[in-house]
Design a protein around this ligand. Structure first.
Ligand code: ZN
Length: 292
C-alpha cells in the first residue's frame, strides 16, 4: 500500500511508542497481503489488562482447504465484488440500508463482569469468521475458505487512508456521505478527522477476545482527542476522562452528528461500552444487508 508521504511521517511518529507488528502471512493468500498498518491508537483496547501486548500470531503452515469450498468462496466473492463495483459506478448515489448493530455481536453482551461468556462469545467469533474470513493462528479454519487478509482493501474515509474489509467498505462510504450532508451546516455538528486506523494484525485484547480491528471491520478516529477512559493507563489520565459526572458525549471531541451517522449504518460506537472507547466504531450489522 502506498501512503502519501506526510501521512507516513505522521504514522511513523505515532508509532514511536508501539512495537512494530509483523504481518502474519495468511494461509491461502491469493491477493497481495495488506501492508503494515500504522495506527495511532495502538493497544487502546487492551481491556483491563496491564501486561504487554502479544506478538502478532506466528505464520501457520499452509492449511488444507477443501477445493470445493474454496471454489464456492471465490465465486461468491466475485459476485459481491461485481455488485460493489456496480453500486460505486451507479450514476445516482444509491446509498445503503439503515441497520442497527446485531446485539449478539455487541461486546457488552458476551462479556459479563469482565468475563467472557464462552458460548455467547463463540457465537460472535464464528459469525465474524464466517462473514469476514479466518485469521491465521486463531483456530477459525473451519469457518471459512478465505482469509481476512485477502479481503482487505485500501480505501479512504474523509480523505484519510484506511485498510478495511471489502464487505464493510460501502457502509463506510455511506457514513461519509451522511456526515458530509448532515454534519457540515452547524458548528456543533462539525468535526475534522486528522488520523484514523482500521485493520490491525496484532490482537490487543487478552483473555480470548478478538479485536474487530483484526477482522478489518473497526475504525478508530483521532485517539488523542477521543480517549478510551476505561482502558489501561495512561488513558484514564486524559483530561476528558477526568471530567466529573460527564456523560460519555463529553468525553469525546466527536460530535453527536458523527456518532449518529455511524450508528445509522450498523456501526457500534464503543463509547457505549464500559470501556468508553470513544475513538472506536465497529461494524456489527449484517454485511449482506448493506447494499440496497
Ligand atoms: Zn479501536
Amino acid at each position: 500500500m502506498k501512503l502519501p508521504s506526510p501521512l507516513s511521517v505522521i504514522a511513523v511518529t505515532a508509532l514511536a511508542l508501539a512495537s512494530t507488528v509483523a504481518i502474519a502471512r495468511a494461509a491461502n493468500e491469493s491477493a497481495d497481503p495488506p501492508a503494515q498498518e500504522a495506527s495511532a491508537d495502538h493497544h487502546h483496547d487492551e481491556a483491563e489488562d496491564k501486561s504487554a501486548p502479544k506478538e502478532a500470531p506466528k505464520p501457520q503452515p499452509r492449511r488444507k482447504v477443501d477445493p470445493e469450498k474454496r471454489k464456492k468462496f471465490e465465486a461468491e466473492r466475485a459476485k459481491y465484488q461485481k455488485r460493489l463495483k456496480d453500486w460505486k459506478n451507479a450514476k445516482k448515489y444509491r446509498g445503503c440500508r439503515f441497520q442497527a448493530p446485531q446485539s449478539f455481536l455487541v461486546r457488552g453482551n458476551f462479556l459479563k463482569n469482565g468475563q467472557l461468556q464462552p458460548a455467547a462469545h463463540q457465537r460472535a467469533v464464528k459469525y465474524r469468521a464466517e462473514k469476514y474470513g479466518i485469521l491465521p493462528g486463531f483456530n477459525l479454519d473451519a469457518y471459512s475458505a478465505g482469509t481476512v487478509g485477502e479481503q482487505v482493501v485500501s480505501a479512504r474515509f474523509m480523505g484519510l487512508p484506511i485498510q478495511i474489509h471489502e464487505r464493510v467498505e460501502p457502509a463506510l462510504i455511506c457514513v461519509e456521505n451522511r456526515i458530509k450532508q448532515q454534519c457540515s451546516k452547524h458548528e456543533k455538528d462539525k468535526y475534522k478527522a486528522n488520523g484514523i486506523g482500521g485493520l490491525r494484525v496484532g490482537n490487543t485484547y487478552r483473555g480470548g477476545e478478538i479485536s474487530n480491528h483484526l477482522f478489518g471491520i473497526a475504525i478508530d478516529i483521532d485517539s488523542g482527542r477521543n480517549p478510551c477512559c476505561g482502558c489501561v493507563d495512561p488513558w484514564p489520565n486524559h483530561p476528558l476522562c477526568k471530567k466529573k459526572s460527564a456523560s460519555v458525549y463529553e468525553r469525546t471531541a466527536l460530535t453527536r452528528c458523527w456518532i449518529d451517522s455511524f450508528e445509522k449504518y450498523g456501526f457500534y460506537w464503543l463509547g457505549r461500552d464500559k470501556l468508553e472507547d470513544t475513538m472506536h466504531f465497529e461494524f456489527l450489522g449484517n454485511p449482506d444487508r448493506i447494499l440496497p
